[in-house]
Structures are given as C-alpha cells and as structure tokens.
Write a protein that binds this ligand. Structure first.
Ligand code: UTP
Length: 290
C-alpha cells in the first residue's frame, strides 16, 4: 500500500535575480498574475489535490508571503462592515487553516536541493510533494491532482513533465522515457539542458514532484553541482538507480513565471480566462496593429 501524500514543500528562498529591480524588496513569488500572487496559484493547486500541510522554505525578505497566507483581521472586519461579505468569504476560504502551514528558513540560497532538505524534519518519514511556485499551471484538474491520481496507481516517485518543441529542449531538464504504466510512464534518466539535437525526448520537467522521504538522506550527503548549488536533480538521479521514478504528462499548460516572457504570457493567457477582464483584454489584443 502506498502512503498518501499529505505534505507539500514550496521553496521560496531564491533571490529572483531575473526580475530585478522588481524583486529587490518584493519576493518574486508575490508578483501578480492577473489578480493573485504567483505563489497563491500553487497553494490553491496543492489544496485542490488534497494536500493537508504546506511547508514554505523561506529566506530573508520573504515575510510578505507569510502575511499573505495569514488571517487579516482588520481587512476581514472592514469588508464585512461594508457589505462585501462574498469577498471576505472568498479570502477566508483561500486562507490555510490553523496548523495547515509551516515556515522554515533556508539561511543561504544554496540551491533547490538544499531548500527541499531544509524541510526534512517537518516532512518526516512520509512521501511529499514539491511545487516550484514560479511555475504557474493552468489545467483542470490541476497538475498535482493529476500526479496524485497516477501516484495512487503506481506509487514511487513522480515527476510532472510537459511537452516542448524539439528546438527548445536545450533550455530545460529533459526526461528519458521507458515503458508506460497506467496514467504514468517510467523515467529511465534525466538530463539538464541537453545540447541541441541530443535530448532523449521532448518532455521537460515542469516543477512538480512527488518524492519518497529517502531523497532527504541523499540530499544530506550531496555535494554541490551545477552553478555551485545543491541540485535536486543530482539526488533524484542517484535515487533513480535503485528506486522507481515515473513521469506524468501534464494535461494543461505551464507558464514559467520566473522568466519575464513566461510571466507576461501567464498574465495575458489567464486574463483571457478571467470573467472581469476577458472581453477588454481580448478587444485590446484584436486592436493591436502589429
Ligand atoms: P530559481 O532558480 O528559478 O529561483 O529556483 P531564483 O534563484 O530565485 O531565480 P533567479 O534565477 O535568480 O531569477 C526555483 C525555485 O526554488 C527556490 C526559488 O525561490 C524558486 O521558487 N529556491 C531556489 C530556493 O528556495 N532556494 C534556493 O537556494 C534556490
């Protein structure tokens, strides 16, 4: 019997250098896509998938994230006094309940693998999800729910992937695929940013993982890899030699909001799905004489 995935780690301790100067004082995870900060998309996705506890790995200057997921007493009281009860109720529904959220610190941004390892004591001895908040997913159901449905069938470790064009594979982490298994397929290898024409597939790793707790032991003893950082990929590759890894091809769309283009793309595409602004944005796009 596979143990259920109850906890999710959301690393938010990175410096966000690609978005300077916007991110000099503002956490990049608080940049807004349409009407929600980027980080809220992944928290909503996690709760939709049945996650019971979110563990944020934060760093200096990330206090706004903590405030965002807190109950704002004055705001709530004022909205209700002014008759804006549905807005207050919606904010309430999106706020994690008592004990459903933890924060731990990564004192130095030593890499994604190190950030995940910082959550080891709170994760404990159970499988857990990792969601990179930069990657905003648009799918029904959400990406993590699709992965958990596959996990319930096959167990093990799961990496979400999304198809890309062959000419773009050199920008991403690409998986090597094996046999299909239910809603998933075996992953037999991974390569970071393969040189043009050498990618083992067109499937890139899009920032959602389900991992067994053993990964924490591997991360403990792992030395630094590419970019002088402790990479999650290196520990996953080591674990792949002995433990099953499966891929789930995300039925939906991934926006890389850690890059300027991906962030702007997410704003345009998700605005076209938002009832408040869809018509105006669509008119604006039609009126552009490019
Ligand atoms: P990125 O490498 O995309 O984030 O990491 P970054 O370093 O903040 O961005 P740039 O490249 O300087 O613009 C993906 C996720 O992992 C977190 C980041 O906060 C982001 O959510 N991360 C990365 C950490 O928590 N700690 C780290 O040491 C590195």
């Amino acid at each position: 019997m596979t143990k259920p995935v109850r906890k999710a780690v959301v690393p938010v301790a990175g410096l966000g250098t690609r978005f300077l100067p916007a991110t000099k004082a503002l956490p990049k995870e608080m940049l807004t896509v349409v009407d929600r900060p980027v980080v809220q998309y992944c928290v909503d996705e996690a709760f939709e998938a049945g996650i019971e506890h979110i563990i944020f790995v934060t760093g200096r200057g990330k206090g706004l994230i903590e405030d965002h997921f807190d109950y704002q007493f004055e705001l709530d009281a004022t909205l209700r006094q002014r008759g804006k009860v549905p807005v207050a109720d919606q904010l309430d529904a999106q706020t994690p309940g008592a004990g459903q959220i933890s924060f731990t610190r990564q004192q130095r941004p030593l890499g994604l693998g190190h950030a995940v390892w910082c959550a080891r004591d709170i994760v404990g001895d159970e499988p857990f999800a990792v969601l990179l908040p930069d990657m905003v997913m648009d799918g029904k159901p959400g990406c993590l729910k699709q992965m958990i449905d596959a996990y319930d069938e096959v167990g093990g470790n799961i990496i979400a992937v999304q198809e890309t064009l062959p000419e773009l594979t050199h920008k991403y982490g690409i998986v090597e695929t094996g046999a299909e298994k239910g809603k998933a397929f075996e992953i037999t290898g991974m390569v970071e940013k393969p040189a043009q024409g050498t990618a083992p597939s067109n499937l890139y790793i899009n920032g959602r993982y389900i991992l067994q707790p053993k990964i924490m032991d591997l991360l403990s003893s792992q030395s630094t890899g590419a970019g002088g950082e402790i990479q999650l990929t290196d520990s996953m590759l080591a674990m792949m030699e002995t433990d099953p890894f499966y891929g789930v091809s995300f039925d939906g769309r991934t926006y890389d909001c850690g890059s300027k283009f991906g962030f702007l793309e997410a704003n345009i595409m998700l605005a076209l799905k938002n009832d408040d602004v869809r018509d105006e944005v669509s008119e604006l796009i039609k009126s552009l004489d490019l």
